[in-house]
Write a protein that binds this ligand. Sequence first.
Ligand SMILES: [Fe+2]
Length: 388
Amino acid sequence: MEGSKVFSFQVPTAVFWGSGASLEIGEKARAVGARRILLVTDQGVAKTGAPERLAGILTSEGMDVQIFAGVSANPDVQVIDRAVRQAKEESCDALVAIGGGSSIDVAKAVGLMLANGGDSIEEYVLGKPIAKRNPPLIALPTTCGTGSEVTTSAVVSDKKRKKKVSLRQGTLLCASVAIVDPELMTSLPPHVVATTGADALSHAMEAYLSHAGSPMTDAGALYAIELIAANLRPAAANPADLHAIGLMGIASTIAGFAFGQASTTLVHCMSHAVGAHFDVPHGLANAVLLPHVMEYNLPSNLPRFARLARALGGRVDGLSDLEAADLGVNLLRRLLADLGIPRHLRELGVSPEAIPAMAGDAAAEKRIKNNPRQVTEKEIVALFERAM
Ligand SMILES: [Fe+2]
């Protein structure tokens, strides 16, 4: 970004981080005025017992808790509408989300409906304006990738139109409190640590290169990349490594601060299209696309790509910006290979016939204007073909 540009940084979410921090949920819920809570989660997280344990703490503090454990990957309109029905039937006045980005985004969308009214979230997906602030939401991420606990938006899959839509209006959808507790992440399967961690890396790299970035988001993005480069391998190799997974947890929140303000760019435009057409997990789609898009974007800003190489752990002393930028892309590829990330979309079940439709959807995303290199739909087609 230009040094002379006006920029702002607004995050109304109070963040608590640390081992065992989630045990203070009762106090935090009382502080935001929660009385009747809808706890939003998914089946996998429910099986770990964490939602029930935390619901127990809230109940013992005198709050009423209903659990909605029906969140799916790439949650769609139906899932959100079901959760809204339950929240309305139980007259819920607050939300707790325990899970990955999907659960937190569903809780944000439920809050939107409770505050703004309507029969279905589809109305907002189709552009109905959001006017009122969400009720209190406490977000507890259980993956180290989403950043949704501190971002301003909720991503909803519109399966009817095969699109992913980011709902946002200023900071109206933001969580009131984020509790980032590494103890909630240690039972993650290694491949989920790898793919959600790669999502966080994508958030940070895209935020650092985005036209909508600022010195504030640069600071978070670069430090998040350093933390991820140092901790994602050990965290994915052994999710019970509390030190590594804990630093991945904070890295993903810091990356959330960065991209929540600076936006993501072409990688997320393309991964949203992949997720909408093929139901591929979000982090995995980003992980496969990231090196291809980085290589494409490289000519846009060699000094920034050189700085990325240093954040990724590269020895750049004595290298030209071009040499360092190339080193950065190589280090990224090496990291993703070490994590066992497939190199091609074909391996995720994506078929080439969908490329024209996916490229059209990616090109139509508003955030594409933030990509550091101007890109046409034809070039997105070529990028998808290269990534196949
Ligand atoms: Fe993401």
